[in-house]
Write a protein that binds this ligand. Structure first.
Ligand SMILES: *[C@@H]1O[C@H](CO)[C@@H](O)[C@H](O)[C@H]1NC(C)=O
Ligand SMILES: *[C@@H]1O[C@H](CO)[C@@H](O)[C@H](O)[C@H]1NC(C)=O
Ligand SMILES: *[C@@H]1O[C@H](CO)[C@@H](O)[C@H](O)[C@H]1NC(C)=O
Ligand SMILES: *[C@@H]1O[C@H](CO)[C@@H](O)[C@H](O)[C@H]1NC(C)=O
Length: 537
C-alpha cells in the first residue's frame, strides 16, 4: 500500500482509536427498550400538536386553559427551541413549517413590554437557530440570518470596553436595563456565539463571549475555581460570595469544559478552571446524607455550607461525567455517578416518581440550609428517603434526565434506561392536562394540581434527552456533539488525544467579598413561579 493509501486508512479509521472517547464504543440499546423511543416521540408530537392548535407563534402553550403566554418576548420560543428536536426525531414536515415561521420573526423589537434576557435569548433562540441550521445540513441559510439578527441586537449588552455583557436589555433603545448580573448569565454564551462565528466568519461574536467567560475565570473566588454567583458587568467585579452549582451559576461551570471540547482551544484556562472547580467542590462541597449515604453537592454562602440541592443543579452529574471522560479521570467519573444516584433518588422517592424543584438533606456536619429547619413532616420524609423537599413543584425541567442520559451513554448500564422509562411512565400518568402536558405543584401528591405552562425546554430538553436515551447511541453521539445548556446539539471537531489543560490547578487568589449591591436575584428567585423570570437555564 502506498503512502496515500495508508493516509486514507488512517483518516478512515482514526475516529475509532485516536482521540479521547466519551461513550462506550459500539453501545446499543437492547431490543426490549425499542418501543420507548417512540414513547418519547409521542410525548413530543402530542405536545407540539396542542401547541400548534392553541398557541402557535407564542412562546408557551398553557396546557390547562388552552391558551398561551409570552414570557420570552413573544417571538415563538417553543417553535425555535423545538426545531432541533424535530430534526433529531426526523419530523421533517413540522421542521420545515418551523423554518418558515422563523424566517418571519421580527427580532428588532420585543413583542412584549418586558426586557430581553441576553442569557435566555442566547440559549433558546440563538442556540436553537444555529443547531437547527446545522442539523438540517445547512439547507436553510435564513436560520443563520435570523441568528445574526438577534445577536446583533444582543451585542448592545456589551457596553464600552466591558468584558461582560449586561444581563438584560431593552431592544427598543438598545440599552441595558439592570446592573447586577450573575455568572450563569455572563458565562453561558461562549458555545452559541462561537457557533455564530463559525457560520458567519465574523470572529467578534465568539471572541466577545469567550472574553466574558474568561473574565469570570480570572476573578478571585470564594473557593478555588468556584466563582461567586453575583457579578457587576459595569465594573467586572464579583458581587457577594455565594457559591453554588445551581441556578444563577450552573451553566457557567458547564460551559468551561464544553467550550474546550467544542473548540479544541489550546488556551488552558477553560479546562484548568473547570478542573479546579470540580476539585474544589470535591474538597469543600461534597456531602453524604446521614440517611441513605447519598452524595450531594452543597452550596457555600461565603461563610457556611448550606445543605441544599436543586433540580437545576442536577446537571452536574452529566457534566462531570463528560468532563471526567475528557480528562480521563476516574475519580471524577465515580463521584459523578454517585451524584447522579442522589439526583435520581429525588425522583424515586416521591409519590409521582418525579423529582422536586429543590430539596435539602443532613450530613455529619449538620443541617444548615440558610432557611427554616426541617419540619416534622420533612424529617419523616428525610428518614425514609435521605432528602426532604423544600420546593415541591416540577416545571418540566430536564436536568435529572439529562444526567441520566449521559450516565447511560458513558457506562452502558441499562438501569439508566429503566429510569428513563419510568420517567416516561410517570409523565404519562401525572402530567396530562386539558391538552398536552403540564407541570405539577406537588410532586409528592398523586392528586397534585397542575401548572398551566409548558415551557419551551420541555420540547428542547426533556423530550430530546429522553428520545436520545433510547435512540441509537451513534446518532448524536456525545463523541460528536456538544450540547448547549438548552440541549441544542452543536457538531464538535474530532476529539483530541487528551484534554489535560496545563496539568495544574488554578492557584487561589485572595478573595474579599464585594460590599454594595447584592445579586439582583437571590438564589431562590431562580425557582420560576408566577412569572418570575428565570435567572438561569
Ligand atoms: C415553506 O415555505 C415554502 C416557500 O414559501 C413553501 O414552498 C413550503 O411549502 C413551506 N413549507 C411548509 C411546511 O409550510
Ligand atoms: C462583526 O460583528 C460585529 C458585532 O456585531 C460588527 O460590529 C462588525 O462590523 C462585524 N464585522 C464584519 C466584518 O462584518
Ligand atoms: C482526578 O481528579 C481528582 C479530583 O479533582 C484529583 O484529586 C486527581 O488528582 C485527578 N487525577 C489526575 C490523574 O489528575
Ligand atoms: C457511603 O458511600 C461512600 C462512597 O461515597 C462509601 O465509600 C462508604 O463506604 C459508604 N458508607 C456506608 C456506611 O455505606
Amino acid at each position: 500500500m502506498g503512502l496515500s493509501g495508508l493516509l486514507l486508512l488512517l483518516g478512515l479509521f482514526s475516529p475509532s482509536w485516536a482521540g479521547v472517547t466519551v461513550q462506550v464504543p459500539g453501545l446499543q440499546v437492547p431490543p426490549q427498550y425499542a418501543s420507548r423511543r417512540a414513547d418519547a416521540q409521542k410525548l413530543f408530537t402530542v405536545s407540539y400538536d396542542a401547541y400548534k392548535q392553541f398557541a402557535f407563534g407564542h412562546d408557551d402553550l398553557s396546557p390547562v386553559s388552552r391558551g398561551f403566554s409570552d414570557g420570552r418576548n413573544g417571538w415563538g420560543a417553543s417553535v425555535v427551541d423545538a426545531m432541533a428536536t424535530m430534526a433529531v426525531m426526523g419530523l421533517d414536515d413540522i421542521f420545515e413549517e418551523a423554518v418558515n415561521f422563523t424566517a418571519n420573526i421580527d427580532f428588532s423589537r420585543s413583542k412584549t413590554s418586558s426586557t430581553v434576557s441576553v442569557f435566555e435569548t442566547t440559549i433558546r433562540y440563538l442556540g436553537g437557530l444555529l443547531s437547527a441550521y446545522e442539523l438540517s445540513d445547512e439547507k436553510f441559510p435564513v436560520l443563520v440570518q435570523k441568528a445574526k439578527e438577534v445577536a446583533d441586537k444582543m451585542a448592545f449588552a456589551w457596553v464600552g470596553n466591558n468584558d461582560m455583557p449586561f444581563g438584560f436589555m431593552n431592544f427598543a433603545t438598545n440599552t441595558p436595563t439592570r446592573s447586577t448580573s450573575n455568572i450563569a448569565e455572563a458565562g453561558t454564551l461562549s458555545l452559541e456565539w462561537f457557533m455564530l462565528t463559525k457560520y458567519t466568519n465574523n470572529a467578534t461574536y465568539g471572541d466577545r463571549a469567550a472574553r466574558s467567560a474568561k473574565h469570570i475565570a480570572n476573578l478571585a473566588s470564594p473557593l478555588p475555581g468556584l466563582a461567586a454567583q453575583g457579578i457587576d458587568p459595569a465594573t467586572g467585579n464579583a458581587v457577594g460570595s455565594y457559591v453554588t452549582w445551581g441556578g444563577g451559576s450552573d451553566s457557567y461551570f458547564e460551559y468551561l469544559i464544553k467550550y474546550a471540547r467544542l473548540t479544541n482551544t489550546d488556551e488552558h484556562i477553560y479546562i484548568d478552571t473547570w478542573k479546579t472547580a470540580v476539585d474544589s467542590s470535591i474538597k469543600n462541597l461534597l456531602r453524604k446524607s446521614t440517611v441513605g449515604n447519598f452524595t450531594y453537592l452543597a452550596d457555600f454562602d461565603g461563610s457556611r455550607i448550606r445543605h441544599v440541592g436543586s433540580h437545576l443543579a442536577c446537571f452536574h452529574a452529566g457534566n462531570w461525567l463528560l468532563g471526567g471522560k475528557l480528562l480521563q479521570n476516574q475519580t471524577i467519573i465515580d463521584i459523578a455517578l454517585e451524584l447522579n444516584e442522589g439526583c435520581w433518588n429525588t425522583y424515586a422517592g416521591t409519590a409521582t416518581g418525579i423529582g422536586p424543584e429543590a430539596f435539602a438533606y443532613i450530613s455529619d456536619d449538620g443541617s444548615f440550609t440558610g432557611g427554616n429547619s426541617p419540619s416534622t413532616a420533612q424529617m419523616n420524609f428525610y428518614n425514609q428517603h435521605g432528602y426532604y423537599i423544600t420546593s415541591s413543584a416540577y416545571i418540566l425541567r430536564p436536568e435529572v434526565l439529562e444526567s441520566n442520559m449521559h450516565a447511560w451513554r458513558i457506562t452502558g448500564d441499562t438501569k439508566y434506561l429503566d429510569r428513563a422509562a419510568s420517567a416516561i411512565d410517570a409523565f404519562n400518568k401525572f402530567l396530562p392536562a386539558t391538552v398536552a402536558f403540564a407541570g405539577l405543584n406537588n410532586v409528592n401528591s398523586v392528586t397534585s394540581s397542575l401548572i398551566d405552562d409548558m415551557e419551551s425546554f420541555w420540547f428542547a430538553e426533556v423530550l430530546k434527552y429522553l428520545y436520545l436515551t433510547f435512540d441509537d447511541p451513534a446518532h448524536i453521539s456525545l463523541d460528536d456533539y456538544v450540547f448547549n445548556t438548552e440541549c441544542q446539539p452543536f457538531k464538535a471537531p474530532p476529539a483530541l488525544d487528551s484534554y489535560g489543560g496545563s496539568g495544574k490547578l488554578v492557584p487561589a487568589k485572595p478573595f474579599a467579598a464585594q460590599s454594595g449591591a447584592l445579586p439582583a436575584v437571590s438564589p431562590n428567585a431562580f425557582l420560576k413561579s408566577a412569572g418570575v423570570p428565570r435567572g438561569s437555564r
